[in-house]
Write a protein that binds this ligand. Structure first.
Ligand code: THU
Length: 160
């Protein structure tokens, strides 16, 4: 038996420590929480994906009375980016959560399915995607989506 410890690098910032580019994409994710369709959870999630060509593609969670038919904000942004700009790597993905009349103090943590899609996005373009998670008290920054999902499942795994 061998034992391994897997480590993840995460940086924690305050708003005024971020670059203008990071603040721009986070501001759009925050704005997007207002467009969230979440009549069931009342948990508003906004996302913004900044592409290599400079475009910023927006997303937000879309719920449904048939609950599993809904979609998270991150995936709605990444799938919209893939549909509109299939040749453009995603360089930054920002996420913000708003509930009970305020943005969450701590950042919301992306669900497992969104992490899988984030990693495939990086893998697809062969470029790292920075992930920025907004919280009122702290902003978490991961320089690569792979930091959020160790031992990833990617297309090579399908080949055995
Ligand atoms: N949600 C997201 O949009 N992103 C996540 O990473 C976690 C959860 C949404 C899904 C659902 O509409 C609501 O938040 C409550 O789970």
């Amino acid at each position: 038996m061998k034992e391994f410890n897997l480590t993840t690098k995460m940086r924690v910032f305050r708003w005024n420590e971020l670059s203008d580019e990071q603040r721009e994409v986070l501001s759009i994710a925050k704005e997007q929480t207002k467009r969230s369709y979440c009549p069931y959870s009342h948990f508003h999630v906004g996302a913004a994906a900044k592409l290599k060509n400079g475009e910023i593609v927006r997303g937000c969670n879309q719920e449904n009375a048939a609950y599993p038919s809904g979609l998270c904000a991150e995936r709605s942004a990444l799938f919209a980016a893939g549909a509109q700009y299939p040749d453009q790597p995603v360089q930054k993905l920002a996420i913000a959560c708003f509930t009970e009349d305020h943005f969450t103090n701590e950042p919301g943590s992306p669900c497992g399915a969104c992490r899988q899609v984030m990693v495939e996005t990086e893998h697809r373009y062969g470029e790292k995607m920075e992930v920025l998670l907004y919280g009122e008290d702290a902003i978490y920054v991961f320089e690569s989506a792979a930091d959020l999902l160790p031992l990833i499942f990617v297309s090579e795994n399908l080949k055995g």
